[in-house]
Write a protein that binds this ligand. Structure first.
Ligand code: CA
Length: 228
């Protein structure tokens, strides 16, 4: 999963980027409204944290322009003061949630997890595919009750596949959602990561759909439907 942070306070921006990276997101940051607007319009994010008080272009205007352009990623707004009018303007512009500064990073994470989950159509914080489960709270993956150790890229890829388990995901889409903007992207590495993931969770759990991409499957489900 990939997140954008638009925040002009350098300390807070760095702190948020660290916290999100640590919990399994690929993270891009912008320090003003113009940069943020551009990134949100050109890159596909799974979640966005948007400060409302920004230089160059204020957060409400940025959000309005994103929504006018059809950008549908969930957006959590940060408001500096406990001013109800700012929150109302933010929600009217298309925000999905808000936090008032100062806030605890854990609360921001919990809210972002809920937003990304709901945007992908899941209500539970544990995503399941047969006996494979991903605990979005602890960024942990289990096969049955066995903990599976994954690298950060492997985790991001599996998390994206788990969030969108009913669809075939193209290599391009995976590249866009597991790497941040500055990463030297190479779609061939996707095959390498898929290969490593298959070794760890079982080769029959990630199906290659020729010419289209990959799909997460529950081997138990495939067997029972084949038997019918
Ligand atoms: Ca600010």
């Amino acid at each position: 999963m990939r997140a954008l942070i638009v925040e002009d306070d350098p300390d807070l921006r760095r702190q948020l980027a660290d916290v999100l990276t640590h919990s399994g997101y690929a993270v891009d940051t912008a320090a003003d409204g113009e940069d943020g607007l551009f990134l949100g319009e050109t890159e596909p994010y799974d979640a966005i944290v948007l400060d409302l008080g920004l230089p160059k272009l204020d957060g409400v205007t940025v959000l309005e322009r994103w929504r006018d352009a059809g950008m549908s990623a969930p957006v959590l707004i940060l408001t500096a003061r406990d001013r109800w009018s700012e929150k109302v303007a933010g929600f009217d512009a298309g925000a999905d949630d808000y936090l008032t500064k100062p806030f605890h990073p854990e609360e921001l994470l919990a809210r972002l997890r809920a937003l990304t989950r709901r945007a992908a159509g899941h209500s539970s914080s544990t995503l399941m595919c047969g006996d494979l489960s991903l605990d979005t709270r602890g960024s942990r993956v289990f096969l049955g009750d066995q903990l599976i150790k994954l690298t950060s890229h492997e985790f991001r890829m599996l998390s994206y596949l788990m969030h969108h388990r009913d669809r075939v995901i193209s290599r391009t889409e995976l590249v866009e959602h597991i790497y941040d903007q500055d990463f030297d992207r190479d779609s061939n590495t996707i095959e390498v990561f898929v290969g490593r993931l298959r070794k760890k969770i079982g080769s029959n759990r990630i199906e290659t759909v020729r010419g289209l991409g990959y799909r997460l499957v529950d081997p138990g489900e495939t067997e029972s439907s084949a038997a019918e």
